[in-house]
Design a binder for this molecule. Structure first.
Ligand SMILES: Cc1cc2nc3c(=O)[nH]c(=O)nc-3n(C[C@H](O)[C@H](O)[C@H](O)COP(=O)(O)O)c2cc1C
Length: 218
């Protein structure tokens, strides 16, 4: 292997057992990084297949809010592929079980420009690349993520939005993130139809997610 050669994973995806192969590929890559023989890249943009995202020199965090698990699944998958730290943002006061009651409460929060109190399961302090995952709520991020993005420092970090939705795609999310994080670079985001965990977990959706990840260049 050439000095400072970028990493490809074409062997990995041609094999049947993706998970096992991915793990062994990641192990090999990690040892090459430690040995200084390769420069880690976050995404392998040379292949349209899912690429291992190397959490080597560039640190990745995957922050998300999710009420019913759709966005959480995407976040877990991005974290698994990137080695990025998975960070969940939750509201201190949970939303009602009932869908309509939740939509009403979320609408009021948005109209009042509220900042619900939150907890977060980790820190992005060391991260260079921060994925921000949200369910599209009334056209944008749930207000809990407004609270989050005002509480943490995202200066000089690169933010990559992703969302699940039921028709509105990313909505005003990227614009609002840009407003909340004026000193960050915001990359193009990814929208996945949600509201149905089986659909989000289907191989078609997962493949689409992998292709998007492979297309993100840093
Ligand atoms: C309060 C609330 C507001 C929503 N507003 C929208 C919306 O404006 N546009 C849209 O496409 N989907 C909307 N949805 C649907 C969610 O975006 C979708 O079900 C999403 O996949 C849920 O993600 P989660 O399982 O991670 O919570 C809304 C759902 C809720 C609960």
């Amino acid at each position: 292997m050439n000095d400072k050669q970028n990493i490809t994973n074409s062997d990995e995806v041609s094999s049947g057992d993706m998970d096992l192969n991915r793990r062994s590929t990641m192990k090999k890559i990690a040892s090459l990084i430690v040995a200084g023989l390769v420069t880690p890249t976050i995404f392998n943009s040379k292949t349209s297949h899912a690429a291992p995202i190397i959490n080597g020199q560039l640190k990745v965090a995957v922050v998300y809010f999710s009420k019913t698990g759709n966005t959480q699944f995407l976040a877990q998958e991005i974290s698994r592929l990137s080695g990025g730290t998975l960070i969940e943002v939750k509201t201190v006061e949970p939303y009602p079980e009932n869908y309509r009651a939740t939509t009403r409460k979320a609408k009021i929060e948005q109209e009042e420009n509220a900042r619900p109190e939150i907890t977060m399961s980790g820190s992005i302090e060391d991260a260079d690349y921060v994925f921000i995952g949200y369910p599209n709520w009334w056209g944008t991020l749930p207000m809990a993520l407004f609270t989050y993005l005002e509480q943490v420092s995202t200066a000089n970090k690169t933010i990559i939005p992703f969302c699940t939705h039921e028709g509105s795609q990313l909505g005003r999310g990227p614009r609002d993130i840009r407003r909340l994080c004026p000193s960050s670079t915001i990359l193009a985001g990814y929208a996945q139809r949600g509201g149905d965990l089986e659909l989000v977990k289907s191989s078609r959706s997962v493949n689409a997610l992998h292709q998007w990840l492979a297309s993100v260049s840093v």
